[in-house]
Design a protein around this ligand. Structure first.
Ligand SMILES: CC(C)(COP(=O)(O)OP(=O)(O)OC[C@H]1O[C@@H](n2cnc3c(N)ncnc32)[C@H](O)[C@@H]1OP(=O)(O)O)[C@@H](O)C(=O)NCCC(=O)NCCSC(=O)C[C@H](O)C(=O)O
Ligand SMILES: [Mg+2]
Length: 293
């Protein structure tokens, strides 16, 4: 199994907000998205680019992953953002409004030419109607190693804008799109993150949306405020009883008497080797979270 990176809580912050860039070094989130796109007004795009790249170069964010969201590559700022972000060498560069796999083709080679180290990955926002309709084709870009694609990120605000779907409790209008994107991500071995929840002070409904996202299969949730980090960390971490049960499944299949068995009975339930595989992932994720301290 490849090493698991917890991505329970992935916090956006405007690249133009110096206080947020500083505060991020102390927040208990798994990853940060330093935004140059929609959270930054046109007049301050260049200043935000400089501030974000300087902050990434200065460091101090580990163990959090650091991601720079550039402006769309077809906007007046996109190419300069990409060049500057590549030079700053974040963990990933997030491309907004990807509607076609062609946007990602050869991105790896371009990043290499721009000086980005191999470890700098590409994340893609799924936030347009065309992205949902082409989710499988976009995710399949991960098969072309030169795209460096490793994670999809739902952009539910843009999806609401483009489709006129409403945000309602339970998100019924969006569920088919969320599920489609999750299937596409999993089919090509990608991580996938749920969209943001805009009502900053509604902790109860935020937690309910985290739980629903986790149950759908998301790896974590994108966030807009530090007060959302704790609930996301809790919800997307395996529960202690899940980890304990996972360890019991692994141990049961390691017993000599079960060596030749594909299915066994454990605590009154049928357990197959696929459950042992799932359990190994759960335990590895719990261990990776514990290692963060
Ligand atoms: C929403 C906010 C504008 C609210 O800001 P503010 O009123 O300043 O909040 P607080 O006074 O409660 O802040 C308390 C302290 O926390 C710091 N803070 C606030 N937000 C962040 C943050 N995101 N990251 C880091 N630190 C943050 C404040 O500086 C205060 O610190 P201190 O001075 O020490 O007390 C604001 O939260 C905000 O800007 N949020 C992020 C907005 C954003 O990035 N939006 C773009 C992404 S959402 C999106 O569009 C996804 C996708 O594309 C889609 O289409 O769906
Ligand atoms: Mg968006």
């Amino acid at each position: 199994m490849t090493a698991i990176r917890p991505r329970r809580s992935v916090l956006y912050m405007p690249g133009s907000n110096a206080r947020a860039l500083e505060k991020a070094r102390t927040l208990p989130c798994d990853a940060l998205i330093l935004d140059l796109e929609d959270a930054v007004a046109p007049d301050v795009k260049e200043a935000a680019r400089e501030a974000v790249c300087a902050a990434v170069r200065a460091g101090g964010y580990a163990p959090r992953e650091v991601v720079i969201r550039v402006n769309g590559l077809d906007t007046p700022w996109g190419e300069a953002d990409l060049a500057a972000a590549a030079g700053a060498a974040p963990d990933a560069i997030l491309i907004p409004k990807v509607s076609h796999p062609d946007t990602l083709v050869s991105l790896g080679a371009r990043l290499r030419r721009l000086g980005a180290p191999e470890r700098t990955r590409v994340w893609a926002m799924i936030e347009t109607p065309l992205a949902i309709l082409r989710a499988e084709a976009i995710a399949s870009a991960a098969h072309d190693v030169d795209t460096r694609l490793s994670c999809l990120v739902m952009g539910t605000n843009d999806l609401a804008k483009e489709t006129r779907a409403r945000f309602v409790p339970g998100r019924a209008p969006m569920l088919p799109w969320l599920a489609t994107a999750i299937l596409a991500a999993r089919a090509y071995g990608l991580d996938i993150l749920d969209g943001v929840y805009n009502a900053l002070s509604d902790e109860r409904s935020f937690r309910a949306e985290c739980e629903a996202g986790r149950d759908l299969g998301f790896d974590g949730k994108t966030l807009i405020h530090p007060n959302q980090v704790a609930a996301a960390n809790e919800t997307f971490a395996p529960a202690p009883d899940e980890v304990e049960h996972g360890r019991a499944i692994i141990a049961a299949f390691e017993k000599p008497e079960n060596a030749a068995k594909g299915a066994i009975s454990l605590d009154g339930r049928m357990v197959e080797r696929l459950h042992a595989e799932m359990a190994r992932r759960t335990v590895a994720l719990a261990d990776a979270i514990a290692a963060r301290g």
